[in-house]
Design a protein around this ligand. Sequence first.
Ligand code: ARG
Length: 468
Amino acid sequence: MSGKPPGNTPTSLWGGRFTGGPAEIMHRINASIDVDRRLYAEDIAGSKAHCAMLVAQNILSPQDGAAIGAGLDQIKSEIDSGRFAFSAEREDIHMNIEGRLAELIGPVAGRLHTARSRNDQVATDFRMWLRSAIDRLDAAMRDLQAALIDRAEAEAATVMPGYTHLQIAQPVTLGHHLLAYVEMLGRDRGRLADGRRRLNESPLGAAALAGTSFPIDRHRTAAALGFDRPAANSLDAVSDRDFAIEFVAAAAIAGTHLSRFAEEVVIWCSGEFGFIALSDAFTTGSSIMPQKRNPDAAELVRAKTGRLNGSVVALLTIMKGLPLAYGKDMQEDKVPVFEAVDALELALAASAGMVRDMRPDRERMHAAAESGFATATDLADWLVRVAGLPFRRAHHATGKIVKRAEELDCSLGMLPLAELQAIEPSITSDVYDLLGADHSVASRTSFGGTAPDRVRAAAQEARKRFLG
Ligand code: ARG
């Protein structure tokens, strides 16, 4: 941070009625430039739209408007190229830009703030910034979906154990498992899109809180800045941050999905599971244990959820109980949103990277699916369907068969027919066909099920729904 140390002279931007200057600590708690400088492009775009509207409405002369527009363009290029000296004394991004404008074009700079307040200005900037961030996040989610769908197609017939309670439950395919995350991401994108629709109303021209007596055209600035319409109520326009809360809530849900996937990556690449391997690109070594290959990227994706959840609590708490309209509390709205966007962007990109990087060990997954009596349900279903047993009796008989296999330390398919018939006489040698994991997954042909053909069709469908 550059800029002069805080003095005790009042600022020229609002200091008319002040004689003393702010205390050093007041400066420090008040300044937000280190955070809100990220809004500079939106702030300048908003100012240019406001300026053009003031000229069109004959509130500002064309000459003054041109001088202001040129000054703003220069400031944009200064900031873009890193030549701009941000100053903490000028508090925030709005006053940094306006202060620099005055240096560049003189007192006419002061006309830009006609019929405007920092309250509608910041609300406008923030909505625009978040709108672009949502668009970037949507693209990142779509990319992760694309990576998952590609992988799902390649692994449509890769058999692995499906789990409940992290205990082997029934065989599934890796493709099916990955497509589950494609659905989650589809809903995450839907939540972001819903929020984006609601946030896309322009606060600009609400002024401090009550509107303005100048004959402004809010529809014009709203359209110029890509908003669907001006916000209907000036008090609401400057005082609500529900759009930010909605966003961080949606981001936290998406982060929760990513954390579950990340956790599975961590488990799958453990030595005990060995279902997948990640390359050097997404792992790190240990400084003391030479054998280690740690899935740090997955662990960090898992942990980013903490920040996302923190953002939800922070924003809700900042806004709770605030009387209308603007309160300086709201200046604290940006950190949680910026942090959430940064964390989610990283987590999405790292997740897509891992999906493209991972090498499944098909044999190991298959062997695991053959263990743990994963086809016990298939046997119980056969007893119902073919032998005509009531499901409860079939379940009970199958339970006894599993117990017997445990005693003999073998899989269900390795039990001799005599052992099976000793427990349930209606069993015939036909059951051996269905005790294999491949047969089991191939039989799960119901809509949304795990049979390889279903998974291939679902992947194609997902391509149309999400990537089309
Ligand atoms: N930096 C402020 C914020 O982010 C801008 C609005 C300040 N408005 C005011 N009345 N002090 O909220």
